[in-house]
Design a protein around this ligand. Sequence first.
Ligand code: FE2
Length: 304
Amino acid sequence: MLIKLLDKALHKDHLIGKYYIKAPAENRKKLLRLRARFHRKDILARREEAARIADAAFMEIPDDLGFKVLSDYDFPEVPRMLEEALEIVATHDLEKIRKNKKPQLMTGLLKPHWLKLESPFVQFPLRKEVAASISNYLGCVPVITKIDLWYSRYSEEMSTSQFFHCDYESGRQIKTFIFAKDVEMADGPFTAIGAKRSDDVRKALRYRYGDKIPDEAVNPIVPPEEHVVVTGRRGTMLFGDTSRCFHYGSRVEDPERWRLAVLYQFLRPQSFLLSLNYRKSAPFAFLATPDMPRYQRMMLGASF
Ligand SMILES: [Fe+2]
């Protein structure tokens, strides 16, 4: 009961949350520290587990950049996953099944209850080399909070995520996008500014998380030559810290074009988006089994 009340007060639009989440970075750090203290033992265990599996990493996400793009890898479940992703889009009324309302981006297209442990959507992030790579960047084994399909399309007017912004959910997180089809310039590619350079933007604009910033305000601080536009072939993967890096996407140029990506979100326990009692509400905890490795149970948000 108390936890529920606290969760409510800490929600981004309520009592405490609205001063410490959709806020400048300094305010957010205070609440993150407090939340980390609440989860102290949990985070410690996740740090130890991250250190134990660290050497299995298949790549490094550089800390000053905050993202990594990969097209050369060999994970057998990825082609199967992308086939399934295209199949879902082809066989469902996306407007009916989606969860959000943005004109340019449909999310919530992959339903958690469709997933089984054997599914390629689940097997990929549970790979030791993937879990280790992400944990090394985050400093602890994270919780998978989203396994989804994101479908971008043309919109008449620019809004929300089509402008530069940083995601409010945490101080540090990883979102992974795997392209289900080729992405060219006209498909409105994900575009980002490195984490260190994003610090310059945050300071210069006294950025409040949640705010959307027009290009004209960002460009004098970080010129467009330094913006990283992530185009690529089907199968290209982007691991990006969307809380530290300014980014935008879904500026699809033409009503005939669309973009589809498998989307994962990895959050640390102290992240604002999670309930203080996150193990009771972790969306993929139902996939955990008693005999799976500890880091996998941690990633699924199950008890460990
Ligand atoms: Fe975003």
